[in-house]
Design a protein around this ligand. Sequence first.
Ligand code: GLN
Length: 442
Amino acid sequence: MVSENLKNYLKEIEKNNKKGKKINAILEVNPNVLKEAKKSGHRSVYPKISGAKLAGKVIAVKANINVKGLHASCGSKVLEDYKAGYDAEVIKRIKDEGGIILGMANCDEFACGSSGETSAFGPTKNPAAPGFVPGGSSSGSAAAVSADFCDLSLGSDTGCSIRLPASFCNVVGIKPTYSSVSRYGLIDLSMSLDQIGVIAKNVSDAALLLSVIRGKDEKDSISQESEKINLSEIEKTPTGITVGVLDFESKDKKIDDLIEEKIEEAVKKYGWKVRKVKINYLDLAIATYYPLVYVEFFSATRRLDGRRYGKKIEDAAGPEVMRRILGGSEISKAEHHDRYYHLALKAKKLIEEELEKAFGKVDCIISPVCPKLPHKIGESISVEDMYAYDALTIPYNLYGNCALSLPVGKIDGIPVGMQVACDKFEDEKMLRIARSIEKLRG
Ligand code: GLN
């Protein structure tokens, strides 16, 4: 039986997705989705599954993750005709648990961006704050969940790209611990930072999908085993914990006030301790991140030479992608050896050490996901202002720990996300803390 759920989502997409005036979150609906849904959860089709954890769940996939037979365009003209010949490991795991792949979600071109405006297939609109950018780069993944086009989605996060759009679109987004989810089948932006993660309407659903995709995969050389996420534990409020509150001032004081108010509420209700946390070198995070990303992206894109897949990247990519390719080729020259890339690696080390120390003293670090509210779609902002969206999310990509975005309210009608970050491989603890705060909404 094809679930009503899927049919309703398809109707919603038909009505509200269209490029132009509508949301433009889904670039391609899986042409076999109805057929595949009929089989979802059937033991004859999925003999290996333990309990079909995702039976009937409808899942959208960011267009930089390979799903066999669908277009992994990366939101770019370069790969617009590229149909994936295989399933990424996360997709295989989802299918093994009966999940239904709805289709491919729009994104900033090659995941380069924070606003969802750089896709070659038009910007994604924000269903939760009409007129404002949805955040990027997993813009379509967040907007699709927010617009009720699907139950869940997959995104990738290199510096912000799951948490930021989740925050602007009023949904939950998780960047898991680096190396805990296989990147096999993810098209690289910056391999030392990229992480596939999940977006959902609430913490429990996000935890469910994460529990399915997590785990060691031999096809990803840096992948590591991690303890299984126990879903019933997520519902239990942790006791005796110390919550760290990041010492940082946002561009808009109302954002910090809203986050603080939520923390106070949680502390009062659950008896948690609070402590201010200062992270030295936090202000270097953006300047540290970009040289690493430019160089790694330049290297990753050398295979897009027009001979193997799609078009030559230099012939078909947009300005943000070209900035990174040109920048990456320049700063990776031997003569600049110690000036950019290696200097950035040294700064990364400093930030990592600071975060390691901090997580030794507190159970989690809480901050806004973003120090400012989103701009209007089409409004022109400087590159520096665009990069500044990620000031509070990038540090955790540099360190490699887990962090999530949790909706906690609105300012002038625009959603605001709280970032909850825990140490490496403490994803379950992070989920428990976030779920407890989520419960305060009633
Ligand atoms: N905004 C950051 C960038 O453009 C992060 C993107 C991402 O996480 N994929 O690099």
